[in-house]
Write a protein that binds this ligand. Structure first.
Ligand SMILES: O=c1ccn([C@@H]2O[C@H](COP(=O)(O)OP(=O)(O)O[C@H]3OC[C@@H](O)[C@H](O)[C@H]3O)[C@@H](O)[C@H]2O)c(=O)[nH]1
Ligand SMILES: [Mg+2]
Length: 619
């Protein structure tokens, strides 16, 4: 037939552009030949230039196509779509095209929450009611290059008073919310809150091991699910020619695609339908190392529910030039408008190119007028699924090549497309309800991103985002929350640790099940209580009540749920002192030395209540 012979001749034309591949067609399966066609049709014949004759390196050749098959299936639209988008974005980048062309930025207005006031307390209660209809998604595929820690970030201690790691704290927080939510549920719905963790080849097996070694920190193993993101192909030039690995010419170089992958992974996992069927309503996304995050979750979920937001981003006041994105209203000349994160490296040029000639600077409040994105997103499940059905979970991408010179014709090293989860709203229709919720930094945001050396160089007044500041922020938040609940917690002292000046507050910690929301915490505190600055207090039990307690030293209390324990009276001991440690001192474990201090447990009152009943400290 005429038509099939045309096809055949165009196919053989295609393969004649890569003779080394053509001579190897006999070792390839029909599927592999299809993949080869896709590559050739998209300008990738250079990949086969060095291929040896059949019989030599055949296993490597099959391995090459295994990798191509993975790269093709893990990207929405496959490699053809990846290469096409790459060509377009590289051309725009070469022209220096502004990604926000036609849009002018302005300061958006959002919901402001003040910890402890009536509205905040109401929002928290509403959030607890909603929590049993939520699923949590942690993006933890990043290497944490800025921190430079050798392990996975979620295994780092959130604080070293108890040594609880981030992942344990997140799981215990979700379980505490689940339990609190089931308690107030009127419909008898007692489903478990799903917890999804996005990993990558860099973090997957270590995350899995951490969970298994610790029995999932108390969660059912079926409640937790890991979704691994794949890396994407690197690009060598403006024609989007895929880059070969310099050590193995049968392998494509790959790099991470960014946290935006979480949307296509969720979409292709089939979980969204499952969740809708189970009556879920919210998907909450969060990042690997914010130890304060769950202080902000209940109230902001309450805001989402009250305002019926399809998208709610959590934000905090932002210092100019701080490495967090700015939430910005972008209005197009044609009338379109959206409220979206502008990433920290793009905010200054965008502002300078419009009505903000000074760029990214603080205003009279001492903060940038643009709220800082902490990348905690609450999405309404129904509209989320509808949107992903249209996009397949694809998120607007960007490319950031480092050019060799101003001709922008070659790169210093290969580049790749990237995407960010907070760019999800970019494709939403104008009818979507997109909002954001601003909270105090001390309450809601203390990420661990910077290594000690870089943290010490952060401009004065800007947050360090280090292991030191991350831990100190936990003590500050807990101290302030107890102050607000009526405890006289002594004011902090200033100390320099690993070259960073921080406030050192009393080392107060508790388990999420002790107090998840402020109204619960208030029921756990009564009478005249005071805690001195040099004190340590760790509560790991649930029904523990602080009542007329005066603490000057260290107090560690654990109890079973059926034990009701009163912490009262005057407790004084030598306590735990803080010893400074230099981050360069490799005789100290890495997770400790990056903090710049460790505890010397000189003396403490340690109590464990393992029997049901009512007790006080004297028992
Ligand atoms: O490919 C990736 C990259 C990153 N990640 C995860 O995404 C999270 C954020 O990664 P990074 O810490 O590198 O992000 P950045 O600090 O560059 O910026 C991010 O957090 C601060 C916000 O203000 C920014 O808007 C947001 O992009 C981490 O939990 C990381 O593990 C992935 O899961 N996969
Ligand atoms: Mg990053």
């Amino acid at each position: 037939m005429a038509s099939s012979s045309t096809v055949d001749s165009s196919v053989s034309d295609l393969f004649s552009s890569a003779p080394a591949l053509q001579s190897n067609l006999g070792i390839l399966s029909p599927d592999q030949i299809e993949l080869a066609k896709i590559l050739l049709e998209n300008g990738q014949s250079h990949l086969f230039l060095h291929w040896s004759e059949p019989g030599v390196c055949d296993n490597e050749k099959l391995g090459f196509f295994d990798q191509i098959a993975r790269l093709n299936s893990s990207y929405p639209g496959g490699l053809a779509a990846y290469i096409k988008t790459a060509k377009e974005l590289l051309a725009d980048s070469k022209l220096g095209k502004n990604p926000y062309d036609g849009f002018s930025p302005s300061v958006p207005s959002g919901e402001n929450l003040t910890f402890g006031d009536e509205n905040f307390i109401e929002m928290e209660k509403r959030g607890v009611v909603e929590a049993r209809k939520a699923a949590f998604v942690l993006v933890a595929g990043g290497l944490g290059e800025r921190l430079g820690y050798n392990g996975i970030k979620v295994a780092l201690p959130r604080e070293t008073t108890t040594g609880t790691c981030f992942l344990q704290h997140y799981i215990e927080s979700i379980l505490a919310l689940q339990e609190a939510s089931h308690k107030v549920a009127s419909d008898g719905n007692q489903t478990d809150i799903p917890f999804i963790i996005m990993t990558s080849d860099d973090t997957h097996s270590r995350t899995q091991n951490l969970l298994e070694l610790n029995s999932y920190f108390g969660m059912k193993s079926t409640q937790v699910q890991l979704l691994k993101q794949e890396k994407v192909a690197c690009l060598d030039d403006n024609d989007a020619r895929l880059a070969l690995d310099s050590n193995n010419k049968y392998k494509i170089q790959t790099k991470p695609h960014g946290h935006g992958d979480v949307h296509s992974l969720l979409y292709s996992s089939g979980l969204l339908d499952k969740w809708l069927d189970a009556g879920l309503k919210w998907v909450l996304f969060f990042q690997d190392t914010n130890g304060l995050l769950f202080n902000a979750i209940p109230a902001s979920l309450g805001v989402s529910a009250t305002k019926q937001y399809h998208v709610n981003s959590l934000a905090v006041p932002r210092k100019a030039k701080e490495a967090i994105g700015g939430i910005t209203k972008l209005t197009h000349a044609d009338g379109r408008a959206m409220v979206i994160n502008v990433e920290y490296n793009q905010l200054d040029p965008l502002l300078r190119a419009s009505e903000f000639p000074d760029g990214d600077v603080n205003c009279e409040t001492g903060y940038s007028p643009f709220p800082g994105n902490i990348n905690q997103l609450i999405l309404e499940l129904g509209s989320y699924k509808e949107e992903l059905q249209k996009t397949g979970g694809a998120i607007k991408e960007f490319v950031n090549p480092k050019y060799k010179d101003s001709t922008k014709t070659s790169f210093k090293s290969s580049t790749r497309l990237e995407c960010m989860m907070q760019d999800y709203p970019k494709t939403l229709p104008p009818t979507a309800r997109v909002g954001f919720t601003v909270m105090d930094i001390w309450l809601a945001y203390a990420p661990v991103k910077n290594n000690p050396e870089d943290a010490a160089k952060v401009p004065k007044g800007n947050p360090y985002h280090s292991a030191t500041s991350g831990e100190m922020a936990i003590y500050r938040a807990n101290s302030r929350i107890l102050q607000k609940a009526g405890v006289k917690v002594e004011e902090p002292v200033k100390q320099v640790l690993n070259g960073q000046e921080v406030e050192v507050w009393s080392r107060i910690t508790w388990k999420p099940k002790w107090g998840m929301i402020f109204s619960d915490i208030k029921t756990k505190v009564s009478g005249n209580c005071d805690i001195s600055q040099r004190s340590t207090m760790a509560i790991t039990g649930r029904n523990v009540f602080i009542d007329n307690l005066s603490l000057d030293g260290a107090l560690i209390v654990d109890s079973i749920d059926d034990a009701e324990v009163k912490l009262g009276g005057s407790i004084k001991n030598n306590g735990w002192t803080m010893e400074t440690v230099d981050y360069k001192d490799t005789s100290v474990p890495e997770e400790i030395r990056i903090r710049g201090f460790r505890f010397n447990k000189v003396e403490q009152l340690e109590k464990k209540f393992a029997q049901p009943g009512k007790f006080s400290l004297e028992d």
